[in-house]
Design a protein around this ligand. Structure first.
Ligand SMILES: *[C@@H]1O[C@H](CO)[C@@H](O)[C@H](O)[C@H]1NC(C)=O
Ligand SMILES: *[C@@H]1O[C@H](CO)[C@@H](O)[C@H](O)[C@H]1NC(C)=O
Length: 291
């Protein structure tokens, strides 16, 4: 009996040392293999993308054709696409705001209306942006019991404009049906930034309490907000999920900000954008300027 248990103990001790030893061997050889893979099997074609872009002989690399296809020309108006959100009812008297700066066949983008234009808006003015009727998202709104269906439609518009037009686009500029953009200025400002990075530009409200009530990190829509291409793409891809996540938010700008933050991108205020509200001269008009 005693003999038996001693033998047991001996065996278990032996097992313990064996296992510990094995573990050490495995760990050590793992580290060795890892180091060997770094130093011995270094593939000259497989360095980091940063090295690749910086290195002078990248033309020999297999992805050089991708790099050479990157358009390094300075940003001009053709790289901007505008998404303007309005309603059929208001367009009758707001269209002059947009026509004051819109350049037919030069500026790219669309006006999104809630319903198809009535007869007295047809034929559609050649000086207005082409229109689209917003996608019917009633089903999504009902399913999520969204508290503000109109706001959901506006946020969804970001995806709709991206889907309509993204070839050669660097910046997606979203505005209201009464936003006024100074095109040369906005191009000058955007040309200073790398459109391949993730940017969410906008303006805080001129009314400090609005910033307090909503967020200081939010672009207030009337002044327009601007998304770089990769961010617009990511947001478009996430759109349905975004609207499902925040059916309780009542403001389009707040939903937009929240979903952009979920993508890990923070707000960059652009001082040239302005929202002017409640001045007697511009009752309910929101003006956006970039300088
Ligand atoms: C804008 O830049 C593109 C290149 O990305 C170029 O082809 C086009 O001619 C430019 N347009 C103007 C008006 O300069
Ligand atoms: C939108 O879709 C819903 C069903 O999902 C339908 O009942 C409604 O009539 C549609 N609205 C328009 C304007 O087509």
């Amino acid at each position: 009996m005693i003999q038996f248990s001693l033998r047991d103990k001996f065996v278990s001790l032996f097992d313990k040392y064996l296992v510990a030893g094995l573990c050490k061997v495995v760990l050590f050889s793992g580290v060795l293999l890892y180091l060997a893979s770094i130093f011995l099997f270094k593939d000259p074609n497989c360095s980091s993308s940063y090295d690749l872009l910086e290195s002078s002989n990248y033309h020999n690399s297999p992805i050089s054709h991708l790099i050479s296809s990157i358009d390094t020309n300075p940003t001009n108006l053709s790289h901007l696409v505008f998404g303007l959100l309005g309603s059929e009812k208001a367009w009758h008297y707001r269209k002059n705001y947009i026509e004051s700066w819109w350049r037919p066949k030069v500026t790219r983008g669309y006006l999104f209306l809630d319903v198809a234009p009535s007869k007295n808006l047809l034929p559609w003015s050649k000086n207005s942006p082409p229109y689209r009727v917003s996608t019917n998202i009633t089903k999504l709104v009902q399913e999520t019991q969204h508290v503000a269906p109109i706001m959901a439609r506006m946020v969804h518009g970001i995806m709709e404009v991206f889907q309509e037009e993204h070839e050669g686009v660097r910046w997606v500029v979203m505005g209201d049906d009464d936003s006024v953009f100074f095109l040369e200025n906005i191009v000058d400002v955007l040309a200073k930034y790398d459109h391949n990075k993730y940017y969410y530009f906008g303006a805080q409200s001129e009314y400090i309490l609005s910033n307090f009530w909503f967020s200081f990190n939010q672009g207030f829509g009337g002044a327009g907000f601007i998304l770089s291409y990769p961010l617009a793409k990511a947001l478009a891809e996430d759109m349905e999920s975004c609207l499902r996540r925040y059916p309780f938010l009542k403001s389009a700008d707040l939903i937009t900000m929240t979903c952009i933050m979920d993508l890990g991108v923070s707000f960059s205020p652009l001082k040239g954008l302005h929202q002017v509200r409640s001045l007697r001269l511009f009752k309910n008009v929101v003006v956006s300027i970039s300088s």
